[in-house]
Design a protein around this ligand. Structure first.
Ligand SMILES: O=P(O)(O)OC[C@H]1O[C@H](OP(=O)(O)OP(=O)(O)O)[C@H](O)[C@@H]1O
Ligand SMILES: Oc1ncnc2c1N=NC2
Length: 214
């Protein structure tokens, strides 16, 4: 499934209805996905993953930096399921860094750091965990790279999938939310390294873009 679909014309929640760091006052336009809803959706994704991969040990490949919060919470939910059921999966977690954004634009130069040698993936079940799929360039490059090491199976969990005109990557196997094509921050998603310390997924305001522009 494409996850919870958030329509283009949905105005989002007003910020004054939630708690958020005061240093971001004026930098955010609205709340798109409150933290609590992220956690509840993640809990259900954890169960779906357990149902599909519950009988193989898996290697979780966390895509930094935008995926670290979703990966941490997803692994926690899977662990909680594992210690309350007869189906448990031993999980290993590996971190790789892919960077391609400057301001709110994807750039052409995608750097892959920490993924030089993924030979330990050979024959394993790999779960790639991403915070957001925008243009899909990152995921496309990552899948190509990971496939070269001949894992047994590759599944992708993406918290957010943007509705963009020409997405290159196919939809992830597990999607949290399908969102409009607007630049969002929070829950480890950044704008020039800011807003990772925000719990809710929000749309950045124009003044916020100006304030933290490089
Ligand atoms: O589908 P795409 O258009 O490629 O965008 C998705 C990628 O962009 C962001 O990474 P970024 O380059 O901002 O690095 P960061 O996560 O370390 O901030 C995000 O974390 C995803 O990895
Ligand atoms: O909206 C976004 N916010 C943060 N990072 C990214 C986004 N889209 N692709 C990468």
């Amino acid at each position: 499934s494409g996850g919870i679909v958030i329509d283009d014309d949905w105005p989002g929640y007003s910020l004054e209805l939630f708690s958020y760091p005061t240093h971001y006052a004026g930098d955010l336009q609205c709340v798109v996905v409150p933290h609590g809803v992220i956690m509840d959706r993640t809990e259900r994704l954890a169960r779906n993953i357990m149902d599909d991969l519950g009988d193989h040990d898996i290697v979780v490949l966390c895509v930094l930096k935008g995926g670290y919060q979703f990966c941490a919470d997803l692994v926690d939910k899977i662990k909680a399921l594992s210690c309350n059921s007869d189906r448990t999966i031993p999980m290993r977690v590996h971190f790789i860094r892919l960077k391609s954004y400057l301001n709110d634009q994807s750039t052409e130069d995608l750097h892959i750091l920490g993924a030089e040698d993924l030979s330990f993936l050979a024959g394993k079940n790999v779960l790639i965990v991403e915070g957001i799929i925008g243009t899909g360039k990152t995921l496309t490059a990552l899948l190509k790279h990971v496939k070269a090491f001949q894992p047994k199976m590759i599944k992708v969990a993406g918290l957010l999938v943007k509705r963009v005109p020409r997405r290159t990557a196919s939809l992830p196997d597990y999607v949290g939310f399908e969102i409009p094509d607007r630049f969002v921050v929070g829950y480890a998603l950044d704008y020039n390294e800011y807003f990772r310390d925000l719990n809710h997924i929000c749309v950045i305001s124009d003044s916020g873009k100006m304030k933290y522009k490089i």
